[in-house]
Write a protein that binds this ligand. Structure first.
Ligand code: SF4
Length: 147
């Protein structure tokens, strides 16, 4: 990577969201980090993007249902390295209220390595922001290793 690009690229990670069968509770809280100035991720230098191929940090909600598992794993593979993964809510961490259900494949770390856990059902926006901040710190270190 060019030295000037290296100097600036770690200041502006792009975020991507994956819904792995969530009840949408976590996604509503995630929306506040995109839409409400009080919790706006752009204040952290981040930006949500619409394509996994542009993403640096991925936020995953939901317990990973059987119905979406293959699609979630395929989309995850499309994210370029180093991809930092944030589990949003208790569902991707342990299955939450859906744990041991017949249609649940999770916990998520059976299939996808998780870097940051943000527990809660759903987690508060402040906790999600803190999780994103932690992910940014991890990403800054890894981008230098990969470059
Ligand atoms: S953690 Fe709670 S709010 Fe979030 S997807 Fe699971 S059940 Fe819904």
């Amino acid at each position: 990577m060019h030295k000037y690009l290296k100097r600036f690229v770690h200041k502006s990670p792009w975020l991507y969201r994956i819904n792995a069968g969530s009840c949408n509770g976590c996604d509503v809280e995630l929306a506040t980090t995109a839409l409400i100035p009080r919790y706006d991720v752009e204040r952290l230098g981040c930006k949500y993007c619409g394509s996994p191929r542009h993403a640096d940090i991925v936020l995953i909600s939901g317990p990973l249902t059987t119905r979406v598992k293959e699609r979630v794993l395929r989309v995850y593979e499309e994210i370029p390295r180093p991809k930092i993964t944030v589990a949003v809510g208790i569902c991707p961490i342990s299955g939450g209220v859906f744990r041991d259900s017949y249609s649940i494949e999770g916990p998520m770390d059976r299939y996808i390595p998780i870097d940051v856990n943000v527990p809660g059902c759903p987690p508060r926006p402040q906790a999600i922001m803190e999780g994103i901040l932690k992910a940014c710190e991890i990403w800054k270190k890894r981008i230098v290793e990969v470059a």
